[in-house]
Ligand binder design. Structure first.
Ligand code: 4AD
Ligand code: MG
Length: 514
């Protein structure tokens, strides 16, 4: 015969799992004969509801304290969860004074959380973003593995400014201070270093940042304080890397297909929602390619794959605290839109810079900066192209050579890449709605003579790039690659507007570090 409902319940009762749960208390609700708390260990967006058969048991619990709870995992009558913990024993492992705790239950301003970024991941949204970053990282690795790329580790300390834009941070040991006396010249020459001029190009550098983005970028960055060269990197000037690209090129010249996901540093004065002084860049480089379309293809497949893999992860954003409802709604709309673009069967459009400028000029929009061939696309232009012209991700190719870094491959003028007589390079920027530039790539100049000329034109020190020129002399290949701002990707996918909320401990101009 059939078991009666009470027999079934009794059987279930015996099957109750005895568990120990570690985590932090997110909220406590006390009633006369019972108490409830949400406990979360950060492994998933939603915590576990803990039920305390007597309010006494929950006496020492406050928001933010860490606990060990022992009890039985039982079916939950409450909506939105299948199980809850019926608590039998409570240990408070770390108390948390509710009067002082900076992470209160009510809505907290973005600024308050930035000021407390050592505690920021205690909020549901910040924790969700970190899990999203981890998910995206796994998807990136899976993608490149499937595409036959080798994951390589590139240096953080370099002797060059890859982008030639004068945004590299110069490094020196803490013991070096400008007041230190210059050490004996013998030690300098013993190190084999002749005085190496700064790799920063003159202020007429072609790859300068867009002037409109920053309130104070119109005045050139002040030169780094003088540090005796012998006190820098064991006698050599040294910088934090702005991009792993040049090193990836060296490795692609042996392993054919390589990528890395690594920190990049820029003395970036732009205080925008998409600039950080320390950010993570996904960069890939591969040999034996001659087509910018190939570069677009890898970028597009990669971004689609990551968005697809992260589709579930960002869903919990904005569910939490009070006041987040509206924001959560907007972010949710953007996430759905991004997923739709990632799933759309047709390839994302490719247009040339020349056509983009023509479309901008014909738009009838009064931009702050008038678009014209030869001028950099400003963020207002990039946004219009993605948000109004295409209404989705768009690849813009073949920019004027004068706007781009020295390593990009010069287009054959007769190939008519849209620039007519004017010199262009085989490059591409991926622009997306809401963010603007998400990734940039190019074919690299593999012709030694052309590259040498471009290094000179850019005002760079040829001696610093001797090893880079070697790559062309010894079995050079046509090759290309790209770099993608990881925080910008997280921002785009999650709908979280500012990249400062897309990295655990953001660094930007003027921010006190921890
Ligand atoms: O366009 P960028 O400067 O290109 C390079 O560095 C190339 N060497 C990459 C390559 O081809 N391997 O930077 C690449 C991407 C940008 O498209 C942007 O998404 C991101 O890196 N990025 C930043 N993200 C946050 N903060 C900053 N200050 C950034 N600067 C660039
Ligand atoms: Mg770029």
């Amino acid at each position: 015969g059939q078991d009666s409902p009470s027999a079934q319940a009794q059987e279930q009762e015996q099957k109750h799992e005895e568990v120990t749960v570690h985590g932090w208390i997110k909220s406590v609700r006390r009633q006369k004969h019972i108490a409830f708390a949400m406990v979360n260990d950060g492994s998933a967006p939603r915590g576990l509801q803990a039920v305390f058969p007597s309010p006494e048991l929950a006496k020492g619990l406050t928001n933010g304290c860490s606990v060990r709870l022992r009890g039985a995992l039982v079916a939950s009558p409450a909506r939105g969860q299948t199980k809850e913990l019926r608590v039998e024993a409570v240990d408070v492992l770390g108390a948390c004074d509710p009067a002082e705790y900076p992470i209160q239950k009510q809505a907290l301003s973005v600024e308050h959380l930035r000021d407390n970024c050592h505690l920021r991941a205690r909020t549901d949204d910040a924790a969700t973003i970190l899990r999203l970053r981890a998910r995206a990282t796994r998807a990136v690795n899976a993608f490149f593995e499937d595409e036959g790329f080798c994951y390589v580790h590139t240096p953080i300390i370099t002797s060059n400014d890859c982008e030639g834009a004068g945004e590299a941070f110069r490094i020196a040991p803490a013991s070096a201070s400008p007041s230190d006396p210059e050490p004996a010249s013998a030690s300098t020459s013993a190190s084999g270093s002749t005085s190496t001029p700064s790799p920063h190009p003159s202020s007429s550098a072609p790859a300068g940042p867009a002037p409109s983005l920053s309130p104070d970028s119109s005045s050139p960055a002040s030169p780094p304080a003088h540090t005796p060269a012998s006190l820098e990197f064991f006698g050599h000037p040294a910088y934090l890397t702005v991009s792993a690209q040049l090193h990836l090129e060296a490795l692609a010249g042996a392993l054919s297909r390589v990528y890395t996901l690594a920190p990049a540093f820029r003395a970036e004065r732009s205080l925008t929602a998409r600039h950080l002084a320390e950010f993570w860049m996904l960069e890939a480089e591969w040999a034996f390619t001659r087509s910018i379309e190939d570069v677009c293809g890898v970028v597009e497949r990669c971004v689609r794959r990551v968005v697809g893999a992260c589709a579930q992860e960002g869903g919990a954003l904005g569910e939490g605290g009070a006041g987040e409802g509206e924001r959560g709604g907007q972010e949710g709309g953007r996430r759905a839109q991004v997923r739709a673009w990632a799933d759309a069967p047709e390839p994302w459009p490719r247009i040339t810079y020349a056509d983009a400028v023509r479309a901008l000029a014909a738009s009838g929009v009064r931009f702050e900066f008038e678009p014209a061939w030869g001028r950099a696309l400003q963020s207002e232009h990039e946004r219009w192209l993605a948000e109004h012209l295409v209404r989705g991700p768009v690849f813009v190719t073949d920019y004027p050579a004068a706007l781009k870094a020295f390593y990009m491959r010069r287009n054959d003028p007769r190939a008519g890449a849209g620039g007519g007589e004017r010199e262009t390079v085989a490059c591409v920027d991926l622009l997306v709605p809401g963010v603007g530039e998400l990734a940039g790539g190019s074919l690299r100049e593999e012709r030694e003579d052309v590259l040498r000329e471009k290094i000179r034109q850019a005002g760079l020190d040829e001696a610093e790039y001797a090893w880079y020129l070697d790559l062309r002399r010894y079995g050079g290949t046509p090759h290309g690659g790209f770099g993608l701002g990881f925080e910008r990707l997280i921002s785009w996918m999650s709908g979280v507007e500012n990249v400062r909320e897309c990295i655990p401990m953001p660094r930007w101009a003027g921010r006190m570090l921890l």
